[in-house]
Design a protein around this ligand. Sequence first.
Ligand SMILES: [Zn+2]
Ligand SMILES: [Zn+2]
Length: 289
Amino acid sequence: MLLDVGEGSLGQLASLYEGPTLWEVLISLSAIWISHPHADHHLGLMKVLAARRQAAADLGLLGGKPPPMLIMAPRPVLAWLREHRSWDATVEWGEAVEGDRGGGEGLMKENYLVDMERMSPFAYQYLERELDLLNLTNVGVHHCPFAFGVVLDGRAGWRLVYSGDTRPCRRLEQAGRGATVLIHEATFGNEKAAEAVERKHSTVGEALDVARRMEAKTVILTHFSQRYPKFPVLPPDYELQVCVAFDLMTLRFKDVGRAAALLPALQKLFPVEEEASDEQILMSQIEGK
Ligand SMILES: [Zn+2]
Ligand SMILES: [Zn+2]
């Protein structure tokens, strides 16, 4: 399952998995969940879908089609996908609608669109069967219209919470109580508290406070502003298991504690730098760094 699929998602997967393994990983994807309509969270979707189809053809799957996948998204993203469907016949689309139990045309298409505000019983049954998920709870968060976080409960007993983009959100704290792992955005450093309010994101300190109130066992911070080129500054007194996400980071649930213990070493590898100026950020984007 992918939680959000930003522009470089396929490239990141291709960096992690080579050749046939990449194809197998793509074919084994059962669901994609998209948090909100901002482009940095869904612009990589079509490339992933096209690569899945290519993988199915190369692996000689029946009919050259990948197995069905759910795409759970807020309504504006679904509207965009339906528009796309009307002119692109290279990818197959179905609708997982309320009341649909997977009968009839059930599970014959490559991709099923699911309105995350009206999850059908069919979608829940599918998630349980394919991903061993006992529950998936979409939670409205404070960022933009149609912005969501998610709480995933696995049969093995873990609870994973992902904030999407948001200000600190009580609803998410309550829905995700006792999370095994909380993945929370921390766009800004603590000194940018006013900017975080204005742009409806969280600071590092606010993300840690959410984790504390949620009683999360581990928090993984992510979605850092480009103004923090290497590593966010953590307050000296945090008492949680904290990990800092970076590109291609791979973690198993059982290793999360060990990853948190690596934090001091990572901080030494990426010493705090002067804040990058707007000009430096622009130059690094132009140079593709
Ligand atoms: Zn956003
Ligand atoms: Zn974002």
